[in-house]
Write a protein that binds this ligand. Structure first.
Ligand SMILES: NC(=O)c1ccc[n+]([C@@H]2O[C@H](COP(=O)([O-])OP(=O)(O)OC[C@H]3O[C@@H](n4cnc5c(N)ncnc54)[C@H](O)[C@@H]3O)[C@@H](O)[C@H]2O)c1
Length: 326
């Protein structure tokens, strides 16, 4: 099985590449090659028993060889994320819309249609704090990133109907705890309030304790991506997008989990006011009924405490090393 990861140098792309290298298989089939693509050529995962080709470039002008003949699975994770897409309209449109269009053109050239797993987002919905969304809720995004993701879902789904690919779009929850440094996503602080105190660093919190958020762990997100790549899609019909079973938590519960894992860590959190950011994140829904994805075999979420402990186990030491923290 030949696989491509677009956005293979990003947070989830690297986790996914490492997992494929560790397993050596996808859905029980041996991985024969992996192409990693990002703005700069991503590092190959350690210990892969298959050849890895790393390519740097711009998604909107997808270089030859990124989705080579014989590709059977494409993970399309490359994106300009929320706050950056809101701040730079042209860049967001170029990458999230035209870049996705370039993926369709590359897939059309293949002799047989690949499975494409696309990472959409709950930011493609509006609704805010006090609604429970279900599988037939209309997407009314409150920002350009969400609009671009919703648009991409639609034209990927049409490409799928036409037989150019077989797409599964996952509207991912906010993934916590993100390792490394704070990033340009508006959701960055949801990870920072766990990660930074565990690093012994101060961090800002722009919402109150009762603010709810729909989250998933990196481990769970990778499981879902792998499942989406190999699941039987015959029952999906024309609706190619899914809300996987994340977890609704509030800030108070996150801080309590942090405190359980590291007593006193919460004292490093500074409560601040950021009206612009608050306006954007307040449009994101915090609770879903995920019956369809659960029925299609997407695994349920582990408890919040396990998510914080998994960050300590998987990512705390590499994050310290990356940021030069003793
Ligand atoms: N992490 C989350 O909380 C979350 C939530 C919902 C959806 N998603 C989606 O999941 C995917 C992966 O998220 P992530 O957290 O790993 O993001 P990330 O920002 O770490 O990774 C995205 C990658 O895309 C690359 N990229 C940007 N512009 C590009 C271009 N023009 N050409 C090639 N590559 C380009 C970036 O360099 C980056 O490495 C994204 O599509 C994101 O929108 C993430």
């Amino acid at each position: 099985m030949n696989i491509t990861i677009l956005g293979g140098g990003g947070f989830l792309g690297r986790k996914l590449a490492n997992r494929l290298a560790k397993d050596g298989t996808l859905g029980g089939t041996r991985v024969s090659s992996l192409v990693l693509f990002d703005l700069t050529a991503p590092p190959a995962p350690e210990g892969a028993a298959f050849p890895v080709t790393s390519i740097g470039g711009d998604l909107a002008e997808l270089p030859d060889g990124v989705i080579p003949p014989g590709t059977s699975v494409v993970f399309h994770l490359a994106a300009v994320v929320s706050a950056q897409a809101e701040a730079d309209y042209d860049l967001g449109r170029r990458v999230n819309v035209r870049g996705t269009d370039a993926v369709i053109d590359a897939c059309r050239k293949l002799a047989s249609p690949p499975r494409v797993v696309f990472t959409s987002s709950i930011a493609s919905y509006g609704g805010g704090q006090n609604v429970v969304l279900n599988d037939s809720t209309k997407q009314i995004p409150g920002g350009s990133y969400g609009a671009q993701k919703a648009a991409a879902e639609l034209f990927l789904s049409d490409a799928s109907r036409r037989g150019f690919m077989e797409v599964v779009s996952l509207r991912l929850p906010t993934i916590i705890v993100r390792p490394g440094r704070p990033n340009k996503a508006a959701s960055s602080f949801f990870s920072s309030i766990i990660r930074e105190p565990l690093l012994g660093l101060q961090t800002d919190l722009p919402v109150g304790d009762d603010f709810k958020v729909w989250v998933a762990s990196p481990r769970r997100a990778v499981e879902w991506l792998l499942h989406a790549a190999t699941m039987d899609t015959s029952g999906m019909g024309l609706d190619r997008s899914l809300n996987p079973p994340g977890m609704s938590v509030n800030i108070g519960q996150m801080l309590a989990a942090l405190e359980t894992v590291r007593q006193g860590a919460g004292t490093l959190i500074n409560r601040i006011s950021d009206p612009a950011l608050m306006k954007l994140v307040s449009t994101w829904p915090a609770q879903f009924d995920t019956a369809r994805a659960s029925g299609l075999g997407f695994s349920a979420h582990e408890p919040l405490l396990d998510v914080v402990r998994a960050f300590v186990e998987d990512d705390l030491a590499p994050t310290k090393a990356e940021r030069g923290i003793a």
